[in-house]
Each structure stands twice: as structure tokens, then as C-alpha cells.
Design a protein around this ligand. Structure first.
Ligand code: GLU
Length: 465
């Protein structure tokens, strides 16, 4: 193991979103590449907004993407004792003070600042307060430096400097005794020996405040890498307006995890103009040096294109297992009928998502196909009688039930009826699948097996109008 220790620290207030998943992925890839340690920490100090359901959803999404951690999950809600001792430490070293200002007082001050066009900032009333109001609730505030500047060298964005006078005396402990994000994130990153913090650049404004806290608590300051955010096609911050934003929603829509991983990594990172990356290759090639400084734009068509690629090239056995799950969601059981892996082989070239594949595979697993009315009106007519009779005769006599011999047998049907292949294939397709679009009917029949194929052709022959 190298020295590198990184972490993903989601707040469990909802699903794992595209942006969070990408942050997790970057951390994971760098940890794997450097043979470092990837820590998972659930930031659930906001008791009112954190739910167990969200924790489960986040863990499930990470496991679906294959992002296993080496340590954790740690839960901040189980570390309140530690945070309390650190509040005491700050209070006794003079780096923090109790603030008794009421919400109304703060509100009035804020409004006044707005009127006078000053930046709303705590005015420091309680910094020097001598007498302690009895029985009045208080928060604990960090006594932030007022002069000088705080700088850090961001691994992605370069040197970033904030003037300390811009920084507020932030609250480290709320009046209900719970600690706040900026405070506990510092304690945990330090206590967990995190030496590189990779996170979304929506946290950049927090970083100087956190650096001052590291210093006040006597901790070494880690390195930071702030990843640019993800925008929708309209250049606005990615949100529900742009479609599904939760990672698991994409699984439900029929996306494969490797397509998602491949898509996410390219949202902000590049390696020449290469587009397709397997996980092992990403681990080998990933580096923060190739993470861009500008925002990534979420492009659903590209994600779909990658998904189609991974379906096309996927292992039929594995996709067959998945197909079975997607069919189950549609209420279709694979217990009777062809092996899902064989069905996959006929469909994987044609489907962009697993949901699409399940829809197209449904005819393999029904007792009787529903004939599409238009297709039936056109192709299941008395004029096709000869095609059906001849097909049943030729295929009935066939023992070697595979695509090629089936095709040869249909050649004999063409001879007997004097029709071209297209003319006999369409009525048979409707008979076998209920519709006019499907993979090669010779393959479809091979996969269905002789009994199912002939039963369906016989039934259609009985429906000619
Ligand atoms: N819990 C924070 C969030 O979900 C993570 C902040 C961080 O990575 O420092 O935004």
C-alpha cells in the first residue's frame, strides 16, 4: 500500500447522483492506481435530513458501479463524542467561543448588512462577550482569522487564495449540540489520515474555512482536488430537468454499470481521444493531471451509445442473467422457454438498453404470441396458406434444429412455392413473434426450439383470414 488515502463522503439525504458517483469513481480509481486506500464515510450529522434509506441507496449504487472501499463505511453519527472533545479543545484554546445571539438578532443584522450593501457576515458580537446570559441557548463559533489570506494549491485548479476577512466565524456546533459539516469533515479527514481530498468544486468556498480549522486543531492540512461540476446541455447545473440524475435510475432504465462508469469517467477526464475504457484500463490510466478545469456537460446520447456498445460486446451468459431480471420486472418469467443467454445472442446487436432487450425478448417467453393486428391483416391471409403448409412439411422433417439447416429447409419452401425469401419470411415472422420486426427468423427458430416454433406456425396457419 502506498501513502495515498482518499475518501468519498456522501451525505445520505437522497440517491447517489451522477455528480457524486463521478466523485466516488475518481477517488476509487486513484486509490486503486496508487495502491492506496479508499475510505467511505457517511456524513449523517444532519439528523433531520439523513435517512437509512438513503444510506442503503448510496451503498447499493456504489456496489452496482463496482466501487468497493477499503475502509468504512464510517458513520459520523457514531462519532459525536469525538466531535464534542474537539469543540472543547477549540473553546479552551480560544479558537472558538459561545455565541448567544438569537435568530432574530442575526436576522436583523443580516438585513441591515443587505441594506448597507455589506456582505452578510457575523459581526463578532459574542467574540468578546463577557457576561454569559443565563439559560440562553448558544452555538459555538470558530474564531476565524480576520487578517491575511488563506491559499491552497488545488491539484486540478491551481493556486486558490481567499482573503481571510471574507471568511465568517462559522458555527461548529449548533444550539442543539450537533456539530456542523465544515467542522466534522476536518476532524474526520484528519483522524482518518486522508491526505488528498477529491470532491466537487461546489465545496471550494469551504476549503479555506476548513484549512483554518485544521490549523486551529493542530492537524496537517491535506491536499485538495476540486472536480468541476456537471452541467446539462443548456449549460445549467445538472438537475432533474435534464432527465434522470440518480445512478440507479439508469440501472432501472436498462443501463449496464460498465457503461455508466465509462461515461462518468469521461465527464471531466480524458486520455487522448479514446472513448472506450474497461475498469482495469481506467485504473492503469487515470490521473488527476488529465482532469479538465471546465465543467463537463451531461450527454444522454453518448451514455446510450456506450451502453449499446457494452451490450453488443457483452458476455451472453451474464447478459442472459440480467435479461431474466429485466423480464421479471415486466412480469415475464423465463422458466419455460429458451435459455436467456441464447436469446441475448439474437438481440444484443439490436438493443441499446436491457429494457429494450426485455421488451424484444418477451415473445420468446409467452405461451401464445399476440399478433399485431396490422401485421396479421397483411401477412396472415389465405394467400399465405402455401407458405405455411410447405414450411410445416419441411421443418417438420428436420432433425438438426439449428439456424443453418433451418435456412436450407426454407430454401426448399422457396422452391416449392416459387416465392422469394422475403415473401415467406414475413408471414413466418408474424407467426413466430407476432410482429414484422425481429432478428433473423432462422436464428429465432433455432433459439425457440423445434416444438415452440412449429406450434406457433401451426397456430398462425389456423388463423389465416
Ligand atoms: N458530505 C459532503 C457532500 O455530500 C461531502 C463533502 C466533502 O467531500 O468534503 O457534499
Amino acid at each position: 500500500m502506498s501513502e495515498l488515502r482518499v475518501r468519498f463522503a456522501p451525505s445520505p439525504t437522497g440517491h447517489l447522483h451522477i455528480g457524486g458517483a463521478r466523485t466516488a469513481l475518481f477517488n476509487y480509481l486513484l486509490a486503486r492506481k496508487e495502491k492506496g486506500c479508499f475510505v467511505l464515510r457517511i456524513e449523517d450529522t444532519d439528523v433531520a435530513r439523513s435517512t437509512e434509506e438513503s444510506v442503503d441507496a448510496i451503498l447499493q449504487a456504489m456496489s452496482w458501479l463496482g466501487l468497493s472501499c477499503d475502509e468504512g463505511p464510517y458513520y459520523q453519527s457514531q462519532r459525536f463524542d469525538l466531535y464534542r472533545t474537539k469543540v472543547e479543545q477549540l473553546l479552551s484554546s480560544g479558537h472558538a467561543y459561545r455565541c448567544y445571539c438569537t435568530a432574530e438578532e442575526l436576522d436583523t443584522k443580516r438585513k441591515l448588512a443587505e441594506q448597507e450593501k455589506r456582505k452578510p457576515k457575523y459581526d463578532g458580537t459574542c467574540r468578546t462577550r463577557q457576561e454569559v446570559p443565563a439559560d440562553r441557548p448558544f452555538v459555538v463559533r470558530f474564531r476565524a482569522a480576520q487578517e491575511g489570506a488563506t491559499s491552497f494549491n488545488d491539484r486540478i485548479k491551481g493556486t486558490i487564495t481567499f482573503q481571510n476577512e471574507e471568511l465568517d466565524d462559522l458555527i461548529v456546533q449548533r444550539s442543539d449540540g450537533t456539530p456542523t459539516y465544515n467542522f466534522v469533515v476536518v476532524i474526520d479527514d484528519a483522524e482518518m489520515d486522508i491526505n488528498l481530498v477529491i470532491r466537487g468544486d461546489d465545496h471550494i468556498n469551504n476549503t479555506p474555512r476548513q484549512i483554518l480549522l485544521y490549523q486551529a486543531l493542530g492537524y496537517a492540512v491535506p491536499e485538495f482536488a476540486h472536480v468541476p461540476m456537471i452541467l446539462g446541455a443548456d449549460q445549467k447545473r445538472l438537475s432533474k430537468r435534464h432527465g434522470a440524475t440518480s445512478v440507479m435510475a439508469y440501472r432501472d432504465l436498462g443501463y449496464l454499470p460498465e457503461a455508466m462508469v465509462n461515461y462518468l469517467v469521461r465527464l471531466g477526464w480524458s486520455f487522448g481521444d479514446q472513448e472506450i475504457f474497461a475498469m482495469e484500463e481506467l485504473i492503469e490510466k487515470f490521473s488527476l493531471d488529465n482532469v479538465g478545469r471546465s465543467a463537463g456537460v451531461f450527454n444522454p446520447e453518448k451514455l446510450l451509445w456506450l451502453n449499446a456498445h457494452y451490450i453488443k460486446t457483452g458476455d451472453p451468459q451474464r447478459l442472459g442473467d440480467l435479461l431474466q431480471e429485466y423480464l421479471a420486472v415486466q412480469g415475464v418469467s423465463c422458466d419455460d422457454g429458451p435459455l436467456p443467454a441464447e436469446v441475448v445472442k439474437t438481440l444484443q446487436e439490436r438493443c441499446k438498453t436491457m429494457v429494450e432487450m426485455a421488451e424484444q425478448a418477451a415473445y420468446y417467453y409467452c405461451n401464445e404470441v399476440d399478433f399485431d393486428p396490422k401485421a396479421a391483416a397483411k401477412f396472415l391471409t389465405e394467400t399465405q396458406q402455401g407458405v405455411f403448409v410447405s414450411t410445416l412439411e419441411q421443418l417438420g422433417a428436420l432433425d438438426d434444429w439449428q439456424a443453418e439447416p433451418i435456412e436450407e429447409a426454407l430454401g426448399k419452401v422457396m422452391e416449392a412455392t416459387g416465392l422469394k425469401f422475403g415473401k415467406i419470411a414475413q408471414p413466418l415472422r408474424v407467426a413466430l413473434t407476432g410482429n414484422t420486426v425481429s432478428p433473423s427468423i432462422c436464428h429465432v427458430m433455432a433459439v425457440m426450439g423445434k416444438e415452440m416454433a412449429l406450434t406457433r406456425i401451426e397456430r398462425a396457419a389456423g388463423h389465416l383470414v
